[in-house]
Design a protein around this ligand. Structure first.
Ligand SMILES: [Cu+2]
Length: 127
C-alpha cells in the first residue's frame, strides 16, 4: 500500500498557493460554451495616471463572472500596469492609451497596481 493520495493533496495545495505577484497564473479557460448567453457583458475601466497617482471612477470595480473586462490605462510617464491573479500586464507609454481585454472567468478580488510608482489603481471584484 502506497500513500499516493498524499502526493495528490500536496500537488493540489501547491497549485492553489500560486497566486503571488509575478508568478504565472493558472490558465484561464474561455467561457464560450454550447449554452453561452447571447454575447458576454463588456465592462470598461478607465485608469488615468498622473504624477504617480492612479485615478479611476471606482476604487473597486465589480463585474459578473464571465464578463469581458476592458481596462484602458493612460499615463504621463512610462509605467507598468499589473492585474494580479489574472497576471496581465500593460506597458504604458506616456500619452498613449493601452488596453487590456480579457474574460473574467475566475471569481475573487484582484488588485491592479502600477509597478514603477507602486500605486494601487483599483480592485477588480469578479462574481
Ligand atoms: Cu504586481
Amino acid at each position: 500500500m502506497r500513500p499516493r493520495t498524499i502526493a495528490w493533496a500536496v500537488a493540489a495545495a501547491m497549485t492553489l498557493a500560486a497566486a503571488g505577484c509575478g508568478e504565472p497564473a493558472p490558465a484561464v479557460p474561455g467561457t464560450a460554451g454550447p449554452s453561452a448567453s447571447p454575447g458576454p457583458r463588456v465592462v470598461r475601466v478607465a485608469v488615468t495616471v498622473t504624477g504617480g497617482k492612479a485615478r479611476t471612477a471606482q476604487r473597486r470595480v465589480k463585474v459578473p463572472r464571465g464578463a469581458v473586462v476592458e481596462i484602458t490605462v493612460t499615463g504621463d510617464t512610462p509605467e507598468e500596469f499589473h492585474l494580479h491573479g489574472y497576471d496581465r500586464e500593460l506597458k504604458i507609454t506616456p500619452g498613449r492609451p493601452a488596453t487590456l481585454r480579457f474574460t473574467a472567468a475566475t471569481p475573487g478580488v484582484f488588485e491592479a497596481e502600477l509597478h514603477r510608482s507602486g500605486a494601487r489603481a483599483f480592485e477588480l471584484q469578479v462574481g
